[in-house]
Write a protein that binds this ligand. Structure first.
Ligand SMILES: Cc1ncc(COP(=O)(O)O)c(C=O)c1O
Length: 401
């Protein structure tokens, strides 16, 4: 009755099960995994956001496959304000970056063609690829006083079926940006092999040092698809407004845009009120980004303050984004540790293997957590991870996320 591609193992992993039980029992929870900015205590201008949706033009349906011009202009203005030049003709609006990934995968890949993704990276890629019948091949990111692309591994992972390389800039959860030298190397590899670059820039504006990092949106040396959206840039995931920008040498770019436009025209998935509101939504990003960055910096400072009081755990370097990675003694598996933290201390944190870390000994912590929860949660994590407060119960088995 059903397609093989949807034959997922949907049994919840042990941590999700334990979390559901914890919540059902009404026990208090210190959630160090939060990623939904609308419930993290940020101050939104609610009146302006709702007012932005109140547009008389929304009463008329004006289908436009790439998205309304006024909305695309708002995206182009966003890039211009950060020093990146993007034409409205090279933009296609989508309801999410996830949808943009689907459009790009459909444009580039036949069934079983391959896309390279970084490892570690965030878990949604597996589902996005499976739904589009695309195979993911992983290239390692190496950590040595900071993260970098393992280009040797990346080149070894390329096969005749490889269509594109995904870079997440900055990466989730490692928080490192792709450096200019790495961009050049990616360009050389991709243009020589007829491969595209897919750059996920949803966290681009969240450099913790406040520096403006160049976007891939102006990259012309290889065919490049740059994906982003208001869900992170303006902290408005509920508005479902995202985009993809296409850049690259003339003919390839034109062909890619023409094909993407047919896909976009088939769905016409953007709604009028949100498109018309996009210029006003972009205005909201300044206050949101300021608040988020100051929260992230305060939480990092608090984490470092607590780390300074012990020797067992450390923090990996982080340049931007909403997460930090903790290195913890691998006395127990990451999952054991996360289960113990939840069961015995009411702290919910993601184990590194959710993000495809190559070994145990890593936890991923959300920097957008409210300061008081963050501080209390980190104190517990350090206590338990160092072995101080780990109650050796019956061995809990490992299971994939
Ligand atoms: C790296 C990355 N890309 C894309 C997304 C999804 O963004 P959207 O809400 O636009 O689909 C996320 C969500 O956390 C993410 O971490």
């Amino acid at each position: 009755m059903f397609a093989d591609r949807t034959n997922w193992d949907r049994t919840p992993n042990r941590l999700s099960e334990a979390l559901a039980a914890h919540r059902a029992a009404g026990k208090p929870l210190l959630d160090l995994t939060v990623s939904n900015p609308t419930v993290c205590g940020f101050d939104y201008d609610g009146a302006a956001i709702l007012q932005a949706l109140n547009h008389p033009e929304a009463l008329v349906y004006e289908p436009n496959s790439k998205g309304l011009e006024s909305a695309r202009r708002a995206v182009a203005d966003y890039y211009a304000a950060r020093g990146d030049k993007v034409s409205i003709d090279d933009l296609i609006l989508t309801t999410s970056t996830s949808e943009a990934y689907c459009y790009v995968f459909r444009t580039l890949c036949n069934p079983d063609d391959e896309i390279l993704i970084p490892s570690p990276s965030y878990p949604l890629f597996d589902f996005l690829a499976e739904i589009q019948d695309v195979k993911l091949m992983r290239y390692a990111l190496l950590y040595d006083h900071g993260w970098q692309i393992d280009f040797h591994a990346l080149e070894l992972a390329i096969t005749p079926r490889t269509r594109a390389v995904i870079v997440v800039h900055p990466n989730n959860p490692t928080g490192h940006f792709t450096k200019p030298a790495e961009m050049s190397k990616l360009n050389a590899i991709c243009s020589a092999r007829q491969m595209a670059i897919i750059a996920d820039e949803v966290f681009l504006d969240f450099a913790l040092d406040g520096m403006r990092v160049p976007s891939f949106a102006g990259n012309a040396s290889a065919l490049t698809f740059t994906l982003s959206g208001l869900s992170k840039i303006a902290g408005l995931p509920q508005m479902k407004a995202a985009w993809l920008a296409v850049s690259g040498a003339g003919d390839l770019k034109r062909e890619a845009l023409a094909r993407l436009e047919v896909i976009a025209d088939t769905y016409l998935s953007m709604n009028a009120p949100v498109q018309l509101a996009m210029p006003r939504f972009f205005e909201q990003r300044r206050s949101f980004q300021q608040q988020l960055l100051s929260r992230g910096r305060e939480n990092i400072a608090e984490l470092d303050r607590q780390l300074a009081g012990q020797k067992a755990c450390s923090r990996l370097a982080v340049e931007g984004g909403w997460y930090a990675v903790l290195r913890v003694p691998a006395i127990h598996s990451d999952e054991e540790l996360a289960l113990e933290l939840l069961a015995a201390h009411g702290v919910y944190i993601h184990p590194g293997h959710f993000y495809d870390f190559p070994s145990d000994g890593f936890l991923v912590i959300s920097l957008i957590t409210k300061a008081s929860d963050f501080s209390a949660g980190v104190a517990k994590v350090l206590q338990v991870a160092s072995g101080e407060a780990f109650s050796p119960g019956p061995k809990r088995g490992l299971s994939p996320p």
